[in-house]
Design a protein around this ligand. Structure first.
Ligand code: AVI
Length: 319
């Protein structure tokens, strides 16, 4: 009997692989073809994403961490002690570690779509922070969700990493409104937002020299092979990320190198040489653009922190 495992309260919303099948078929039936980026994060994809965060070209993670370390006390003062702290897309729950001592929340709720990754990270956190009440919720937070958690007290959402950038502007506004409903009036949102900058810096961050982002992108196809019995041969695809200046976003693509036919569940999809499967958008904002978006979702900006090179921003918003 294992008696000394730290207690993590676990809620499983069982995000549906039925959604995966229908969303993949819809995406590959479209013109141009696309796949939803939320499906990057199976166990392997989550591991690859953690590696991306360590890459020299991927300034996002270390710059945000620097801001959390440098201004943590100020962030905590705005959030107030004893809040219920809820992280969307908690992944490895690494960044929150920087803030826990200052924030002193009454509980931490990790929310993520990748169940094994979520449970591993939450258990480790509970072990490392013995005083902290830890909850783990396996959920696709991009879908409307009802949260069963009854704990009273002020809520603060934590949404780091510029993950909001992976949502289309309309969906980003909807998600911010949902976060507003989650934290309630007077609740807070501490959110990391990547900023517009030199194209070469942006493109390098998504076309790293070691090919980790390429592996991350192609892992999506391997997942579809494993879970939907698709027949992608990943060697017939080329990873490429490009800045789209009209839309203010980095686009990730998998370009078909040859004429090929992909089969999934009785459906056939033809790909011409050079044809793309568009797998991700990563929108980059100006401070002003993001504040306008946040206020359209009912949030007021109380404070913004940026690094000296204006690469990245962290915002404290109040609903
Ligand atoms: C999770 N998200 C904010 C990352 C980004 O930068 O858009 C995902 C990513 N895709 C390629 N590299 C990193």
């Amino acid at each position: 009997i294992i008696t000394d495992l730290p207690a993590v309260e676990f809620y499983d919303f069982e995000p549906d692989t039925g959604d995966l099948r229908s969303e993949v078929i819809a995406g590959l039936s479209s013109s141009p073809k696309y796949l939803p980026p939320k499906y990057f994060y199976d166990q392997r994809g989550s591991e690859l994403f953690d590696q991306i965060c360590e890459l020299p070209e991927y300034y996002v993670t270390r710059t945000e961490l620097g801001l959390l370390q440098r201004h943590g006390e100020e962030m905590a003062a705005l959030a107030g002690k004893d809040a219920v702290l809820m992280e969307l897309g908690s992944g490895s729950s690494m960044k929150i570690r920087t803030l826990l001592a200052a924030l002193q929340p009454q509980a931490y709720v990790a929310m993520d779509i990748s169940k094994d990754h979520l449970l591993g990270a939450a258990t480790q956190l509970a072990e490392d922070f013995g005083w902290l009440e830890v909850h783990a919720v396996c959920v696709d937070y991009s879908q409307p969700w009802e949260f069963p958690y009854q704990k009273q007290g002020r809520r603060t959402a934590f949404f780091p990493g510029s993950s909001l950038g992976n949502f289309e502007p309309g969906a980003a506004k909807t998600l911010l409104s949902q976060i507003g409903d989650l934290v309630g009036r007077g609740g807070g949102l501490l959110i990391g937002i990547d900023l517009q900058k030199d194209v070469t810096v942006l493109e390098a961050a998504y076309n790293d020299a070691q090919g980790v982002t390429e592996a991350f992108n192609k892992n999506l196809l391997m997942r579809l092979n494993a879970e939907l019995k698709a027949n992608f041969d990943i060697d017939n695809f080329t990873h490429k990320a490009l800045w789209n200046p009209a839309q203010n976003r980095i686009e990730m693509h998998l370009f078909s190198q040859i004429q090929q036919t992909i089969q999934i569940d009785g459906h056939k999809f033809n790909l011409a040489p050079g044809e793309s499967i568009h797998t991700e958008n990563s929108y980059k904002y100006t401070l002003k653009q993001f504040q306008t978006l946040a206020s359209s979702a009912g949030f007021e900006t109380l404070k913004v922190w940026t690094d000296d090179d204006d690469l990245f921003s962290v915002h404290y918003l109040q609903f």
